[in-house]
Design a protein around this ligand. Structure first.
Ligand SMILES: *Cc1c(COP(=O)(O)O)cnc(C)c1O
Length: 588
């Protein structure tokens, strides 16, 4: 074990999922990718930081589609010994009537300037635990609500115990950063510790607030974890249970988001639109925006890495230098793009019934399949789309993404895409790639020509795949939600779908129709003619995507904002909480 006796920890970062390597199946999607990208960035920034997560030994489900278009989810176990080393640490996580022992596995991120940031994986699969407890760190987002409760106790409470074992007790940790509400019990437990120390509720709460940062990612109330109070009472030690604040209860349920809102000094949203949505959802709380980013060294395709190394060598050290991509010769950008595209098309053609061609405009859509993301929007009237593009040329669309095994609507949408794939021929060729993961993501965000996103407005917290695309000179065609209103300049960095004043109602057929019309209009009358007939204009937009958006929507800018707006002011106690928010938030 390391000796951390005289050390302070800048950031202890808690996340239910952390995506570090594609084959390490400890992530399901965007939340995990953001966690991995954030920790890699902290390493590059030479921060003393640690990441804390669960082992997720059986991983997240692996996706296969059966011949009828049904998603069959299978367990995809990954081999922990291939990626992690077991530490000698064992912790005892307190539950009401027992303790759950957890082993701790370690992964070391090595930053590009040599700094190591360890990520710790808690593992309850020990012989000393009963069978149920042994399973608690097995399945990411698996099991029922009660199983999830146990997992979140291990993450939040176990995470703190691990930090203490590492020598990072409360006074040694400058900031605890909770990535989403899954680790909210950490706030409750910190409060208990501080209360014992200060013997004063207000002082204890202020002290915890000065160290606790909470990032929320869920713009829909139904998406927040809630546990019935009776389950919580059954599971949580009485002293902790008795400290649960009234403010975190919603209809006799403990709301994990509200719990973190109550104890955190700063709450952050992940895009400006999301900040507003979150404040409307929790009107008593101020939310500070730190728009997400993607990690440039992770999400730049090797072909583009070569180009940037030659033309903008500073880009690795600081992705703000992407702005100089504007000066890279058109033919250099185009040929790197074509290399990435050829690689993708070759990959697609291994499974495509109707073969894809590198000469055809290709749209990409890949993310979790769930109803609010509306993956089938572009397919809603294929006859019309075919007709409208018939004079300009052909179109190819690549889909990928998994539905959570319990998300029936999401699985149905995969089925719908799959049916279309079977029928697709002629002007619009469609393919669905199974088992979306990080390796596939980098192929897609660099190999398509335009990245597509069609979420229901006010439902996409941020979205990061479009940011990854921008590092690879891929423009964005998207509904104005999540990060896109901040990156969008019509016809310069990409295109909008619909307007940004729509009310978001799932059943609003009018909005849906308007957006479909606009989407088809832009594809048929703007994007395709430009791609086929005005290539230099198309490449100009590609370069704008890197220089205007890649230079901004990256995790270096995001981390600088966290440090300047959140971590440092809190740590240095420069402002009291109220003043902090006043100082950095413009008056409405
Ligand atoms: C980036 C990424 C996501 C997140 O995509 P969004 O656009 O934020 O929905 C999901 N899955 C994988 C594998 C990714 O790489």
């Amino acid at each position: 074990m390391q000796n951390n006796e005289n050390k302070l920890l800048d950031v202890a970062y808690f996340s239910m999922e952390v995506a570090l390597e594609s084959a390490m199946n400890t992530y399901s999607g965007g939340l995990g990718v953001l966690a991995g990208d954030t920790l890699k960035t902290l390493a590059d920034f030479n921060s003393s930081a640690v990441g804390i997560t669960l082992l997720n030994e059986q991983g997240y489900v692996n996706q296969e589609i059966d011949p009828t278009g049904k998603q069959v989810s299978e367990i995809e176990k990954w081999n922990k010994e291939d990626f992690l080393t077991k530490t000698s640490i064992v912790i005892n996580v307190p539950f009401k009537d027992r303790q759950i022992k957890c082993a701790v596995w370690q992964y070391n991120i090595c930053g590009q300037f040599g700094k190591k940031v360890p990520v710790y994986f808690l593992d309850s699969n020990l012989a000393q635990n009963n069978k149920y407890d042994r399973s608690l760190t097995s399945f990411l987002y698996g099991g029922d609500n009660y199983y999830r409760l146990g997992q979140e106790q291990i993450l939040g409470l176990g995470g703190l115990m691990l930090l203490a074992k590492l020598g990072f007790s409360l006074e040694k940790v400058k900031t605890y950063h909770l990535n989403e509400g899954h680790a909210s019990f950490a706030g409750l437990s910190l409060f208990k510790q501080a209360k014992e120390e200060f013997k004063n509720n207000k002082k204890a709460k202020d002290y915890v607030a000065s160290k606790l940062v909470f990032t929320t990612h869920t713009p829909v109330a139904a998406g927040h974890d809630r546990f019935s109070l009776s389950d919580v009472k059954k599971n949580l030690s009485t002293d902790l249970f008795n400290l649960i604040p009234q403010e975190s209860l919603v209809e006799n349920n403990l709301c994990m988001t509200s719990l973190s809102l109550y104890f955190s000094g700063v709450v952050t949203g992940v895009a400006m639109t999301h900040e507003k949505v979150t404040e409307a959802m929790f009107p008593k709380h101020d939310v500070i925006n730190v728009t997400n980013g993607a990690y440039h060294l992770q999400w730049t395709h090797p072909q583009f890495k070569k180009v940037y190394d030659k033309y903008i060598p500073e880009w690795r050290q600081d992705p703000a230098f992407f702005r100089k991509a504007k000066g890279i010769p058109d033919e250099v950008i185009w040929s790197a793009h074509m290399e990435a595209k050829k690689e993708l098309i070759k990959y697609v053609n291994k499974i495509a019934v109707n073969k894809f061609s590198e000469d055809v405009l290709t749209l990409g859509y890949a993310r979790r399949f769930t109803s609010y993301k509306r993956p089938t929007m572009i397919l809603s009237d294929l006859d019309k789309l075919e007709k409208s593009i018939s004079k300009v040329g052909k179109l190819q669309i690549i889909f990928a993404g998994e539905a959570h095994p319990l998300d029936r609507e999401g699985s149905k949408l995969i089925g719908e895409v799959f049916q279309r794939v079977q029928k697709s021929k002629g002007k619009v060729n469609i393919v669905f790639l199974e088992d979306y993961n990080m390796d596939m993501a980098i192929k897609l965000v660099a190999g398509v020509d335009v990245w597509l996103n069609t979420p229901l407005q006010k439902h996409e917290a941020s979205g990061t795949s479009g940011m990854k695309a921008s590092f690879n000179a891929i423009s964005h065609l998207s509904v104005l939600d999540g990060w896109w209103p901040e990156g969008w300049i019509e016809g310069v960095t990409g295109w909008s779908i619909g307007s940004n004043s729509n009310k978001a109602i799932l059943s609003d057929k009018k909005t849906w129709k308007k957006e479909v019309d606009d989407l088809y209009h832009k594809i048929a009358n703007i994007i395709m003619p430009m791609y086929y007939e005005d290539r230099s204009k198309f490449i100009e937009i590609m370069k704008n995507a890197v220089s205007l958006n890649g230079s901004y929507f990256n995790t270096y800018r995001m981390m600088q904002e966290y440090m300047a707006k959140v971590y440092f002011p809190l740590q240095k106690n420069i402002f009291t909480q109220k003043n902090l928010k006043k100082n950095i938030k413009p008056k409405k």
